[in-house]
Ligand binder design. Structure first.
Ligand SMILES: Nc1ncnc2c1ncn2[C@@H]1O[C@H](COP(=O)(O)OP(=O)(O)OP(=O)(O)O)[C@@H](O)[C@H]1O
Ligand SMILES: [Mg+2]
Length: 332
């Protein structure tokens, strides 16, 4: 019996991940209270099958942690994660192994993602071996076909190379191929082009979009760069210090950004026109410390529109328009 596929391939509700801060012995003796980095602090959203869902925010905002929670590499402190309607937080190891085959990941650094002592061919067939798919001959065939598919030709030659014998762009193509060899439904792409040469970036994005259609994929696309998000995403969520501050269809968020943080991020995208003046400056200052985030709205110390209430009350995510929500007291 096959279960009916739900439209929302991923649904997270009130997701939280707190990391305990390491303390030295003196700190342990002087204070009993443990301290936590609230990396993800009450995030809810869903990803529809077939879409590219972008998670955007500055360094340390909690994007990678959110992604790792969804693919179940780490366990949440609190909250629910549904994958195709199945609650991942309650699964046994065996059940999780079956589901994991359906979700794969492409990390930022192709060098770190590939074992330097393993030939490309072996790296590609390894997931098939682990999941006992095909005979050795069939596995090799699948790997060769996939290499060709991601533009690595001649595949027979690439198959015998070590990672260091390839260029950075080629290595990232290998990482993409390896993510697809088990025919997953969902791919977490965490800054997949950040390490690539500028000239390679658009090509890699185009490849990922082509593969999305051919393999019927859904992407959770993590990036700190709104220009990249604009190129690929259908939906976009803006994260700040462990919270989503705005979420909506990409075109709505770009045309009508609501949160002051989103507006500032958008105005920071370089525009190739020397006459163009930026309307809003990127907010001053560093992102505050996630161990002790600001009270009320976490963005208030950097916000040009700060009101009294912003220091006191945390704004909930509020629906403004169809599928477009913002967490900001300006919209109370
Ligand atoms: N394993 C961990 N132990 C302790 N703290 C962690 C751990 N992983 C992440 N953090 C902290 O959680 C916060 C969010 O980190 P995360 O990596 O999710 O951010 P990010 O948005 O992906 O940033 P970047 O753009 O730099 O990749 C940071 O303050 C980080 O230091
Ligand atoms: Mg990250």
């Amino acid at each position: 019996m096959t279960a009916k596929k739900v439209d929302e391939i991923v649904k997270v509700t009130n997701l939280k991940k707190y990391f305990e801060v390491e303390r030295d012995i003196i700190q342990k003796l002087s204070s009993k209270t443990k301290r936590y980095v609230k990396a993800v602090d009450g995030v809810s959203f869903s990803i529809k099958r077939g879409e590219v869902f972008g998670l955007v925010g500055e360094s340390g905002s909690g994007k990678t942690t959110t992604g790792r929670l969804i693919i179940n590499i780490i366990q949440p402190t609190e909250g629910e994660i549904l994958f195709d309607g199945i609650d991942l937080t309650t699964l046994s190891k065996g059940e999780m192994k079956k589901i994991r085959k359906r979700m794969q990941v492409i990390f930022q650094d192709p060098y770190a993602s590939l074992n330097p002592r393993m030939k490309i061919g072996k790296a590609l067939i390894q997931p098939l071996e682990i999941h006992r798919i095909g005979t050795p001959g069939e596995r090799k065939d699948m790997a060769l076909r996939l290499l060709e598919h991601v533009g690595l030709t001649p595949p027979e030659i690439i198959y015998t190379k070590y990672p260091h014998q390839l260029s950075g762009g080629q290595r990232q193509r290998v990482v993409i191929a390896r993510a697809l060899i088990l025919h997953p439904e969902f791919v977490l792409a965490d800054e997949p082009i950040a390490m690539a040469d500028v000239s390679m970036r658009v090509l890699l994005l185009e490849l990922m979009m082509k593969l999305k259609e051919e393999f019927n994929l859904t992407y959770l696309f993590i990036t700190h760069d709104l220009a990249t998000a604009k190129y690929v995403c259908d939906m976009i969520a803006i994260m700040y210090l462990g919270k989503i501050v705005e979420i909506g269809k990409l075109k709505d968020v770009f045309k009508n950004p609501l949160h002051p943080y989103t507006k500032a991020l958008l105005s920071a995208i370089p525009i190739p026109d020397p006459e163009h003046k930026r309307k809003i400056e990127i907010p001053k200052g560093e992102i505050p410390n996630p161990i002790n985030p600001p009270s009320g709205c976490r963005f208030h110390p950097r916000c040009p529109y700060k009101m009294d209430i912003c220091e006191k009350e945390e704004p909930p995510l509020k629906i403004i328009d169809e599928e477009h929500s913002v967490a900001c007291h300006l919209f109370d």
